[in-house]
Design a protein. Structure first.
Length: 131
C-alpha cells in the first residue's frame, strides 16, 4: 500500500479510492485506482466504476471515447453473488448496500445505459453500436 499512496502523492492517478473496511472484525484499508499512463486513446476498455469515480474519469479523460452503463442488479442477486466470493464479509456487505442505495437513482439518470438483471447479455450488443 505504501507504493499506492506514494503514487497518489506524485499525482499519477486519474482517479483513486481508498476506504476503511471491517474484515473479520479487524480494520483494514482497501485501495484501487487508475494511473494516468494506463489509458491509450485508440484502445477499448471496460472500467467498472462507482458514480463518483465515473465523474472523476470524465473530468480527467474528457477526450477519451466511452459509454457508461449502470448495472441495475437486484439486491438478492447481488447478495447471492457476493456470498459466492471467497472474501465475503457481512459487515462490508451492509456498508456497501447502504452506500449503493444512496446513489442508485442518480446513477440511473447519469449513465448512458441502464441494464437490468435479465438484460446483462445485451451490454455487448449495445457496445457494438457505439461507432
Amino acid at each position: 500500500q505504501r507504493q499506492f499512496f506514494d503514487a497518489i502523492d506524485k499525482n499519477e492517478f486519474i482517479f483513486y479510492q481508498h476506504y476503511n473496511v471491517l474484515v473479520g472484525g479487524k480494520n483494514d484499508v482497501w485501495v484501487y485506482g487508475l494511473k494516468k499512463n494506463s489509458i491509450q486513446k485508440n484502445k477499448d476498455y471496460v472500467l467498472i466504476l462507482d458514480l463518483r469515480t465515473l465523474k472523476e474519469f470524465e473530468a480527467n479523460c474528457g477526450d477519451v471515447k466511452y459509454k457508461s452503463f449502470y448495472l441495475n442488479i437486484s439486491d438478492n442477486i447481488r447478495y447471492d453473488r457476493a456470498k459466492k466470493r471467497g472474501d465475503f464479509n457481512q459487515d462490508e456487505w451492509g456498508r456497501r448496500e447502504v452506500s449503493d442505495k444512496l446513489v442508485r437513482d442518480v446513477c440511473m439518470c447519469d449513465c448512458d445505459f441502464v441494464v437490468y438483471d435479465n438484460e446483462l447479455k445485451t451490454i455487448l450488443e449495445l457496445m457494438k453500436k457505439w461507432d
